[in-house]
Write a new protein. Structure first.
Length: 754
């Protein structure tokens, strides 16, 4: 089973339109909710007048921040591993389900309107009058840092060693770059349904971590966790933005408890743009030192990261911890010095988004490497080849103390170069030049870490009298097909058909614990837990079979769901063993913990052609070679690679969330202003996996496959664009490299400032 492209059982149902999403549920007696949101990026709330709205037909209640505070509803929880630059503890402004004293970004919820229909709720929300006292807003990172709006700081590495290396360096290159702010944009907008239940509440919402959300809801609402049930069915994408608790979910749950009726909110796309967490948004200065032979000797990074108006759950952790550990990349850089300042601005909170810090680290390093290659007059592939950590050096300890357990980085590079026909590029460039086009190619070698935050997972396996085996897991399928992968693992371990394996996730009434799905942990940790659990379950069943057959466990042979005494016809099946158990189930709870994080890595190559007259760009070729360890289901992995690459290309060429600098208004508040890549913007994506270096830190040997595309694609694409524009004298270009941005860069290089 493992290694086969088994089809996802849910696909037929989804293609028939039979998916079951949070917004699809409508219990009898459901009331509908709409939020009143701040039109200001920063304003004190002097009062909220709901009289006119309450007088409208069908309006049941209007709840504001004062009511939530009076009821004892707590601010949303957050996590941190950092302190401020001066050493003081991080003490963020409390983020409440409904703003209490002030709104700190445009779109922040300040009141909740409940009515008998969605339209009446929206109409009443428009009728609520808030007394605003506008205050100055700041959305610029440098200004925020100067104004003392820093909220977290991290410094890693050896500053003295780096300074010494730069003093001796034969070559030094530096650049300033922007990692543009992104809107995650899952296909399914957020929604929530709160249903009162025996003194508690059931909440339906699209979350990547039902167990965490239950705990956070219970903490915020001051309820016993047993009184909160989170139920997740189908999810239309997550990308990290759906990993934690949102203010709207707290408000809807509170309203359901207060009114004693189901309350439903179905957000629209505009609300997603305004109030869903965003990703990236860094400003960076990076420097690389090299010796006379072109070998890297030191890396220095100074970075400012935007966390938005509030610290979201992992708002400070992503820039100060998760991403920076990957700063040395796949190279033998002896000395590294990284500083990160995380700052508040009057913008939507910034959180985890596909790759969560690792794309930012890979982007700055790979941009530096390409710049160094141009300055030294060395082929970009050759410069990387000189500096990659060799396979024989594994396990490798980086300059930041991280242990790469396995990997063959030179092999990834060579496979990508061969697949992309790197050697044949000059002929293709000449043909493009003859046609009046500029052609360029680019590389990106990268590494990422997975599984650091929560290295363990508990699973339950149970066989019933009908011959079915069910795996209960605290990870979450959100469209990536992880259920299918788990079924393959268990089916192989138990020698059963996949059709007899069921997987339960996303219901805290059944799933007691779990770390959810995020940071590419599902297969690396959850899959390993499924394998280990299945093996332990088989040993439990062997003991039960020995008792039933009155034989020694060592005398039993197991095959295809049945134990048999060797050399006889006396046998008992798993179904028969389950039927003999109290409750008709043979069940095992198993906890598995990986030994350390995993380090997926790869090399991506991109080739582009640019029209110098218009700046229009076309990606002619994109090749990805990824080491994700053992591949359980190639089809699922390739799907993840395709999706991640599309999102990475989106960041490189199309996507950017922008705020008005003076008033803090979101200027890209819909898909009319915020461009996502379409199918005809992308070439055929040639993706390959390499299983020659399985992970050594888990039972399965997997490394995680969900984020590599979003990490490798942005630098590969931008390096290709800059390679195409280099002949025209263009050295600087930030993401997104839109046709207008390319056209302006070409004009500036000619001295024709547009």
């Amino acid at each position: 089973m493992i290694g086969q492209s088994a089809a996802r059982p849910e696909d037929a149902r989804l293609l028939r339109g039979e998916g079951r999403y949070s917004a699809d549920r409508l219990p009898a007696g459901t009331l509908h909710a709409a939020f009143v949101r701040s039109p200001h990026a920063h304003a004190a709330i002097r009062g909220i007048d709901a009289a006119a709205a309450l007088a409208l037909p069908g309006v049941t209640a209007i709840i504001d921040g004062r009511e939530l505070a009076a009821a004892g509803v707590e601010p949303l929880p957050w996590a941190t591993r950092a302190k401020r630059r001066d050493g003081s503890e991080v003490s963020p402004a409390p983020r409440r389900a409904l703003a209490l004293d002030a709104a700190r970004f445009a779109g922040e919820a300040v009141a909740l309107v409940i009515a008998d229909t969605p339209q009446r709720a929206r109409d009443a929300a428009d009728a609520v009058e808030a007394d605003w006292d506008p205050l100055p807003a700041c959305v610029d990172l440098a200004r925020a840092l100067e104004a003392g709006q820093d909220c977290a700081f991290a410094r890693l590495g050896d500053a003295a060693a780096v300074e010494a290396a730069f003093a001796k360096a034969a070559h030094r290159v530096s650049l300033e770059l922007v990692n543009n702010r992104l809107v995650p944009s899952p296909l399914e907008p957020r929604a929530a349904l709160g249903v009162p239940d025996a003194g508690g509440v059931i909440v339906h919402a699209p979350t990547q971590n039902a167990v965490l959300m239950r705990a956070q809801l219970a903490q915020t609402l001051k309820l016993d966790a047993a009184k909160v049930r989170v139920l997740v069915e189908d999810i239309g994408g997550g990308f990290g933005a759906r990993f934690f608790l949102y203010p709207e979910y707290v408000a809807v749950a509170f309203a359901a408890l207060r009114l004693g009726r189901p309350v439903k909110w179905a957000g629209d796309r505009s609300e997603s743009f305004l109030s869903e967490t965003h990703g990236r948004d860094h400003r960076t200065r990076a420097e690389l030192a090299l010796d006379a032979d072109g070998r890297f000797t030191a890396l220095r990074v100074r970075q400012i990261a935007n966390v938005g108006a509030y610290l979201s759950f992992l708002g400070s952790v992503i820039p100060t911890s998760v991403g920076v550990r990957c700063s040395p990349g796949v190279y033998t850089i002896p000395a590294v010095d990284v500083e990160v300042d995380a700052v508040y601005t009057h913008t939507a909170p910034v959180e985890a988004y596909r790759g969560a810090g690792r794309p930012e680290a890979a982007y700055l390093l790979e941009r530096l490497v390409d710049l160094a290659a141009r300055r030294l007059g060395v082929d970009a592939a050759e410069l990387r080849r000189r500096n990659l950590v060799p396979a024989h050096a594994m396990p490798w300890k980086s300059a930041l103390g991280e242990i790469y357990d396995s990997g063959n980085f030179p092999r990834m590079l060579e496979r990508a170069l061969e697949a992309a026909d790197w050697a044949g590029f000059p002929a293709r460039r000449a043909r493009s030049r003859a046609g009046g086009r500029l052609r360029g190619h680019g590389l990106a070698c990268f590494i990422e870490s997975t599984g650091a935050a929560n290295p363990g997972e508990t699973v339950v396996l149970a066989a019933d009298g009908a011959g079915k085996v069910t795996l209960v897991s605290g990870t979450q399928d959100m469209g990536q097909g992880i259920r299918t992968g788990y079924a393959q693992i268990v089916a192989q371990a138990l020698e059963l058909p996949m059709e007899r394996i069921g997987v339960v996730q996303g219901d805290t009434a059944l799933v007691a614990s779990g770390g959810g799905s995020g940071g590419s942990r599902s297969m690396f940790i959850g899959g390993s837990a499924a394998l280990d659990g299945a093996q332990r379950f088989l040993e439990l069943a062997r003991g039960r079979a020995a008792q039933t057959l009155e034989a020694a466990p060592a005398d039993l042979e197991y095959a295809r769901g049945s134990f048999r005494i060797a050399g006889t016809d006396r046998a008992v099946t798993l179904a028969q063993l389950a039927a003999r158990e109290l409750g008709g189930k043979l069940e095992l709870t198993s906890r598995y913990r990986v030994a350390a994080m995993s380090w997926p890595n790869g090399c991506h190559a991109c080739e582009v052609e640019v029209d110098p007259e218009t700046g229009a760009l076309r990606i002619e070729r994109f090749v990805a070679v990824d080491d994700v360890g053992v591949v359980v289901n190639p089809m699922l992995v390739h799907g993840q690679m395709h999706g991640g690459i599309a999102q990475g290309i989106g960041q490189a060429l199309f996507e950017e969330a922008r705020y008005d600098a003076e008033n803090g208004q979101l200027l890209t508040g819909s898909f009319m202003d915020y461009a996502l890549p379409r199918a005809d913007d992308l070439p055929f994506l040639e993706v390959h996996t390499d299983e020659s270096s399985p992970c050594r830190t888990n039972a399965l040997g997997a490394k995680g496959a969900g984020e590599g595309g979003a990490i490798g694609a942005p630098p590969a694409v931008i390096n290709a664009v800059l390679d195409a524009l280099a002949a025209a004298g263009v050295e600087r270009l930030d993401m997104p490299a839109t046709p207008h941005a390319i056209w302006r860069a070409l004009r500036r290089a000619k001295g024709e400032a547009p």
